[in-house]
Design a protein around this ligand. Structure first.
Ligand SMILES: Cc1ncc(COP(=O)(O)O)c(C=O)c1O
Length: 291
C-alpha cells in the first residue's frame, strides 16, 4: 500500500516566529489511518512469511487498532479475529460494525480475562497453526520499525516533534528514526492515559535516542476523558483548518503543542512537527462528548 502523508504548515494561533507543520498520517487510508499502516506493515509481512492465514488481535470496543487490523487483513487476504474487552458491550457501535463489514470475527471477553492476552490466544488458538498473534495496539518491534520510516519521509529537519503515545510504539519508532538520521530533534510523547511508567520503561528498552520528553500533563484525568477546554480547542482548530482531530489522542497531543509554546519549551524561531496519528472513526462513538 502506498503511503500518502503530506506535510502541511498550520497558521492557526501560532506566533509568527514559530513554524508548525503537521504530518497528515490521517490521510494514509480511511480505516488503516494514522500510525496504523506503519504499525501493521511489518507484522503482516511476518505473518505472510510464516504462512499464517488469520490475524488475531485485541482491543476495546472503540479501538482504532481493531478496525485497522480488520481492514488490513481483508486487504491482504487474511481472515481476522478480534478479542474485544468487555462481554456486555454493544456490538453494533460504529467501530465494531465496520470491523464486521471487513469480515472480522469478534470474541467478547470479560475485563479480567482480557488482561492476559497470551493466555486468551493459547486458549482459543493453540490448535490453529494458521493464527498469528498481534498484541493490543499492534505493540511490537515490527510496529516500531514501521513507524521509524516516517522520519525517512521528511524533507526537512525540525527542532521538535510532538505526538500522542498510547502503547509508546509509535514514539519509539520516531526516536529510532531520529537516531538513524543522526538528528538532534527533541521528540515529545504526549501520554494519553495514566500508565506513564509503562511508557517510560518501554521507551528505555526499545530506543537509545535520548533527546526526548514524556509529557504527562495532558491526559485530562484518564484515557478517553475530555474537558470543555479540550473540546473547545479541538473545535476551534478544526473549524479554522479543515483538519479533524480525535479527542482521545490527537486533540490532547496538539493541545500540548500550544501549551509547550506557552511554556517556552518550544521557542521563537523553532520548527515543530506534529504527527497526526489518525483515529477519526472513533469520533462517531463520542458524539455526546463532542456536541
Ligand atoms: C489515533 C491514535 N493515535 C495515537 C495512538 C498511540 O499509538 P501508540 O500505541 O503507538 O503509542 C493510537 C493507538 O494506537 C491511536 O489510535
Amino acid at each position: 500500500m502506498e503511503i500518502h502523508s503530506p506535510l502541511e504548515q498550520i497558521q492557526f494561533e501560532i506566533p509568527s516566529s514559530i513554524e508548525l507543520y503537521i504530518k497528515r498520517d490521517d490521510l494514509i487510508h480511511p480505516f488503516i489511518s494514522g500510525n496504523k499502516w506503519r504499525k501493521l506493515k511489518y507484522l503482516i509481512q511476518t505473518a505472510q512469511l510464516q504462512n499464517k492465514k488469520t490475524l488475531v488481535t485485541f482491543g476495546g470496543a472503540y479501538s482504532n487498532h481493531l478496525l485497522a487490523t480488520a481492514c488490513a487483513a481483508a486487504l491482504k487476504g487474511f481472515k481476522s479475529v478480534g478479542f474485544v474487552r468487555g462481554e456486555e458491550l454493544d456490538a453494533s457501535n460504529h467501530t465494531l460494525f465496520l470491523c464486521e463489514q471487513f469480515g472480522m470475527k469478534m470474541i467478547f471477553v470479560d475485563r479480567i480475562s482480557y488482561l492476559n492476552k497470551a493466555e486468551l490466544f493459547e486458549k482459543y488458538f493453540s490448535n490453529n497453526k494458521d493464527a498469528f498473534f498481534i498484541d493490543e495496539g499492534g505493540r511490537s518491534d515490527e510496529a516500531i520499525l514501521g513507524c521509524s520510516e516516517l522520519i525517512d519521509e521528511l524533507p526537512q529537519t525540525f527542532d521538535h516533534i510532538v505526538l500522542a503515545a498510547g502503547t509508546g510504539s509509535t514514539f519509539c519508532g520516531i526516536l529510532n528514526g531520529c537516531a538513524k538520521h543522526h538528528l538532534n530533534t527533541k521528540v515529545h510523547a504526549v501520554v494519553v492515559h495514566k500508565g506513564i511508567q509503562e511508557i517510560v520503561d518501554y521507551t528505555i528498552s526499545k530506543s537509545t535516542y535520548a533527546h526526548y520528553s514524556i509529557q504527562d500533563n495532558y491526559y485530562f484525568g484518564a484515557y478517553a476523558k475530555t474537558s470543555s477546554d479540550l473540546i473547545s480547542f479541538m473545535k476551534k482548530f478544526q473549524q479554522a483548518t479543515g483538519i479533524l482531530l480525535d479527542p482521545v489522542y490527537t486533540a490532547k497531543a496538539l493541545f500540548a503543542v500550544y501549551d509547550l509554546i506557552q511554556q517556552a519549551i518550544i521557542q521563537p524561531r523553532e520548527k515543530v512537527l506534529f504527527i497526526h496519528t489518525g483515529g477519526l472513526i472513533g469520533n462517531l462513538g463520542m458524539k455526546d462528548k463532542l456536541q
